[in-house]
Design a protein around this ligand. Structure first.
Ligand code: OAD
Length: 254
């Protein structure tokens, strides 16, 4: 992993990005934890990343939940508590402004994040590929409930059937919600401009949206502090903080 350095794109890189955006009829976006980093939500794989101190296998797989639901709930209750203190940053608002400009029929935001900050910033067409941390679902019956702001019990029970609740998010080894994934793949196939923002692009199938967009001839712009696994696929890489670069692009679009 390279060490991220304080960067900001050059004038010509920004101008090139604005030109690509100006020519775009349909935009699709994939965001990752990096877009929420400036809101104080920890990323997963950077220094001090969330997984440190926790091996993924002990807190983010169905097997881990089977073996030790109390530990998994302690981990997710801590992340739920962190959500109460975080707010969208200028990067989230800039993406909502881009959707405003292209309208929701021509702008689809696919996120791997489960923090709900895109919707909190006003984005409407948001595909939450990995679910949402405020939502819980029953491990037995069909109950799904959005429970924002609450600290749940160590082993929360379903109000409908009394069985154990789980976070309504996607763990490793689990399938993405099929309808959400289909919409995301369609958005990537139909776009002529694809923005990939703040993701290390190592988790599939989310990361495959980048190649899907490129395969249909879309221009791909990456915004990241660092090089990533998809940097070789992009038309233009803008290095720096998404909370600074995205508002700059919106400003230059006028
Ligand atoms: P990662 O932590 O793997 O990657 C975060 C990316 O954001 C890195 O490439 C950083 O360089 C970049 N970054 C950090 N701060 C940034 C900033 N201010 N501006 C721009 N870029 C910045 O997070 P994800 O790629 O989202 O899945 O991880 C993908 C998935 O792995 C998550 O959805 C989660 C995790 O396991 C599940 O839980 C299923």
């Amino acid at each position: 992993m390279h060490h991220p350095v304080e960067h900001f794109p050059t004038q010509e890189e920004l101008e090139k990005a604005v030109q690509i955006l100006r020519g775009a009829k349909r935009i699709a976006v994939l965001t990752g934890a990096g877009v929420s980093a400036e809101s104080g939500v920890p990323t997963f794989r950077g220094a001090g990343g969330l997984w440190e101190g926790h091996s993924i296998l002990e807190v983010a797989t169905p097997e881990a939940f089977e073996d030790n639901p109390a530990l998994v709930w302690r981990f997710y209750n801590a992340r739920r508590a962190n959500l109460r203190t975080v707010k969208p940053n200028p990067g989230h608002y800039a993406l909502a402004a881009l959707e405003e400009r292209w309208t929701s029929t021509h702008f689809t935001l696919c996120t791997q994040n489960i923090d709900g900050l895109h919707r909190a910033a006003g984005s409407r067409q948001v595909l939450e590929l990995h679910g949402r941390l405020t939502r819980v679902r029953c491990t037995v019956c069909t109950l799904i409930e959005d429970r924002p702001g609450e600290t749940l019990d160590e082993l929360p029970r379903c109000p409908q059937c009394g069985e154990l609740l789980r976070p309504d998010i996607v763990w490793f080894h689990e399938m993405l919600p099929a309808d959400v994934w289909l919409q995301a793949a369609l958005a990537a196939e139909e776009c002529d401009c694809f923005l990939v923002v703040g993701t290390s692009a190592v988790v599939y199938p989310a990361a495959s949206l980048v190649d899907l967009a490129r395969t249909v001839g879309a221009r791909v712009i990456e915004i990241n502090l660092d090089q990533t696994e998809v940097s070789h696929l992009v038309t233009l890489a803008l290095h720096g903080k998404s909370g600074e670069i995205l508002p700059e692009l919106v400003k230059r679009l006028g």
